[in-house]
Design a protein around this ligand. Structure first.
Ligand code: G3I
Length: 345
């Protein structure tokens, strides 16, 4: 058995990656073999979102998502669906849904059709994505506006009805923040109390070098699993760049353009930062291993640094280095540090 992330962690949890549309279409043989060598779980980075699979009221388009699921089946991978109900990347017509009657009809049709399409073939779904504000209250959205908080319970019930065996997740970011953590706990309890089925909480894991702390990550793992659900880290990446909003300081109107600090490593990541990133990943995976009985899956939000959504964000030309493989698809120090944790035993 060759050395790889998926082989090293095979007794612990799935090691996944998000796939871009090009990767799903297997446009690059080198990327394709890297994906199959290192990962045993996949999530579609974009193409299963509402605007892509349900572009018009009476029209679904499963062309790419069918390819995505076939890719996972061919390679015997764990297949995760992302995402059924999210306020972002909606088709324009969905934003115009105006009352509870229309919204109820939409949710029933949308969730039932998509989940049924892959019944028995997809292992887990993000049923609802990013429904919470930072303070743990419910985020304003077309769903909340038309249906009130019951839309959450409805979504989980509809998904379970369409495929009773698939694992159903609530997925969100900053779930290590104490206020948001309390919000998730309330939400999971509410869904269960209302007779809904929820099997897991997905913490996206878009993290920094120094935050969140290992203590807060551990508290969240323990708090969510105490509710009787699985914990997954679903979109892991670690930015090595300063938070742009910190750089802007108090002046919220100042734009980012021309701020040299926005892009401190435009060509290559200095060795000292490589080392910091490797240490951070090692600390995090050590914690994941400590709680492997509670963790179902750890998925990176992309295969390599060239693919990351953190490039060109929040301004064009910003280059980031958040993953385990570099822009040439070579393993970084961070890859070695994650592998070494298992070799040491
Ligand atoms: O589809 C258009 C295409 O037609 C056009 O040619 C191209 C030109 O730039 O843009 C394409 O749309 C982009 C889309 O990704 C598909 O590539 C959007 O501009 C771009 O904004 C969009 O970004 C995605 C983002 O979600 C949207 O919110 C990122 O790739 C994706 O990584 C990111 O993923 C989210 C998770 O779903 C939820 N959690 C946070 C995470 C990171 O933001």
């Amino acid at each position: 058995v060759s050395a790889s992330l998926k082989n090293s962690y095979k007794d612990d949890f799935y090691i996944g990656t998000a796939l871009s549309a090009d990767q799903i279409e297997e446009k690059n043989a080198k990327e394709d073999s890297l994906i199959c060598r290192e990962f045993n779980a996949i999530t579609a980075e974009n193409i299963m979102k509402s605007m892509f699979v349900h572009p018009q009221k009476d029209k679904y388009d499963f062309t790419l998502s069918d390819k995505f699921v076939a890719f996972g089946e061919k390679n015997k991978m764990f297949i995760h669906g992302h995402t059924l109900i999210w306020h972002s990347q909606l088709a324009p017509w969905m934003e115009k849904i105006k009352d509870s009657i229309e919204m109820k009809a939409f949710m029933k049709d949308h969730i039932t059709t998509i989940v049924s399409q892959y019944k028995g073939r997809i292992n887990s779904w993000d049923v609802v994505n990013e429904a919470l504000n930072e303070d743990g209250t419910l985020r304003k959205s077309v769903f909340l506006n038309t249906l009130g908080e019951d839309y959450l319970v409805d979504a989980f019930k509809l998904a379970a009805a369409a495929d009773p065996k698939v694992d159903l997740y609530y997925n969100d970011y900053n779930l290590e923040d104490p206020a948001k953590r309390e919000g998730v706990i309330r939400l999971v309890k509410k869904i269960k109390a209302a007779g809904g089925k929820i099997d897991g909480v997905g913490s996206q894991g878009h993290w920094q070098l120094d935050s969140p702390s290992l203590e807060e990550i551990e508290k969240s793992i323990l708090a969510y699993s105490a509710l009787g659900v699985k914990v997954a880290f679903t979109e892991l990446d670690i930015t090595v760049l300063p938070n742009p909003w910190d750089l802007k300081g108090a002046d919220v109107n100042q734009n980012f353009e021309g701020n040299a600090k926005m892009n401190p490593y435009p060509e290559i990541l200095p060795d000292s930062v490589q080392t910091k990133l490797a240490q951070r990943y090692a600390d995090i995976f050590k914690l994941f291993l400590k709680h492997k009985d509670k963790i179902s899956r750890v998925t990176f939000w992309g295969v390599h640094d060239r693919q990351s959504w953190l490039n060109d964000w929040p301004i064009k030309g910003r280059t980031n280095y958040p993953l385990l493989f570099d822009k040439e698809l070579q393993p970084k120090k961070a890859y070695n540090s994650v592998m070494q944790l298992k070799e040491a035993k």
